[in-house]
Design a protein around this ligand. Structure first.
Ligand code: TXA
Ligand code: MG
Length: 325
């Protein structure tokens, strides 16, 4: 289902009036507000249940608008913006005066990106300004990749939902600290490390697996209700069956190499072989296992190259310690 022109106009007027609009992007759905309206931005935190110190991404209509929102653009950042926008890349740069501190969690830097989705771009063009939007989920839970996910999770908290169908990429944007001439990845995502390195012409630093680097991020981000355990790929079936025997309602992420293996578990997700298809489906799979009332998900990490790096990052976080029991 695609949003109509009337829907886009309505969404733009909701933004102008200080309301919240859920919008499709190529990565996940965002919960958008007028970036220059501190009261509207404050409502995002309230509806998400997210601490106000946790900075947001400002979505803009095109790379040519970048200088309206940031203070200084190093040549490397300019190159990345020109090469990857519109697309799943977020650049962290020095905050321009137009960006209120409410949107950056008090930081002097700001996250900016141009989403690659016709509905998001049409909304940004109709609205004319910047739209701050975190993923449209409750704080700490799995990001929504369909309009139905948004409605199920946020209900009346959002004033208008633009339906743009299922998100193509399925995992969030790659966040790159581009404040210096030596950019670094803060969160792996839809643009791969390999693609960034090819354009920059040198290796790019990625965060190590465990420490929490992006301000305010907790290890338990991107988590379904069910507990997630990560095991070696060749142990997935045995671990799942053992847990099922012990009385758990087990959901299994079955690697493609084991596609035909019979598994005695409550629910089985046969993973696609392509990393693009895996990323596209990942959050939907986790939601499906919650809906089927699994209390435990047994999965393994994919090879950490290409989109596999972002998938592994989200699985690790889903398996991380929870904020509360
Ligand atoms: O694909 C995406 O990035 C989606 C779509 C809607 O654009 N958005 C998204 O937003 O994932 P959110 O808020 O769920 O995640 C944005 C991340 C947060 O972890 C935040 O801490 C980080 O970006 N971030 C934002 N501003 C930052 C800054 N100035 N410095 C460092 N990290 C920042
Ligand atoms: Mg999020």
């Amino acid at each position: 289902m695609t949003a109509t022109t009337g829907g886009i106009e309505k969404a733009a007027s909701v933004l102008r009036a200080g309301g919240l609009v859920a919008l499709p992007t190529e990565t996940v759905y965002g919960l958008g507000a007028n970036a220059e309206d501190p009261a509207a931005v404050a409502r995002i935190f309230q509806v998400k249940g997210r601490p106000p110190s946790h900075p947001l991404i400002v979505h803009i209509a095109g790379a040519e608008q970048l200088d309206d929102w940031v203070e200084k653009v190093p040549a490397a950042a300019r190159l990345l913006a020109e090469r990857f926008w519109p697309g799943p890349l977020t650049l962290i740069l020095r905050r321009g005066r137009r960006v209120p501190l409410e949107a950056t969690g008090g930081l002097e830097t700001v996250a900016v990106r141009v989403p690659d989705h016709p509905v998001a771009l049409a909304l940004l063009a109709a609205f004319g300004g910047g739209v701050t939007a975190p993923s449209a989920n409750r704080f700490g839970s799995v990001s929504p990749t369909t309009a139905d996910h948004v409605r199920a999770e946020l209900g009346d908290g959002v004033d208008f939902v633009l339906d743009g169908g299922a998100c193509r990429v399925g995992v969030e944007s790659t966040i790159v600290d581009a404040t210096s001439e030596i950019p670094a990845i803060l969160r792996p995502g839809g643009v791969t490390r390999e693609d960034l390195e090819a354009v920059l012409g040198r290796p790019i630093v990625v965060p190590s697996a465990s420490p929490v680097r992006v301000p305010g991020e907790h290890p338990s981000h991107y988590a379904p209700r069910a507990r997630v355990v990560l095991v070696e790929p060749d142990k997935v079936v045995a671990e799942a069956e053992l847990a099922q025997e012990l009385g758990h309602q087990v959901g299994v992420f079955l690697p493609p190499s084991l596609a035909d293996a019979p598994v005695k578990a409550h629910a089985v997700v046969a993973l696609p072989a392509s990393m693009a298809a895996y990323a596209h489906g990942l959050y939907g799979f986790l939601r499906e296992l919650d809906e089927r009332e699994c209390d435990l998900v047994v999965a393994s990490l994919p090879v950490e190259e290409g989109l596999g790096l972002a998938i592994a990052n989200r699985l690790r976080r889903a398996a991380g310690p929870r904020l509360s029991a």
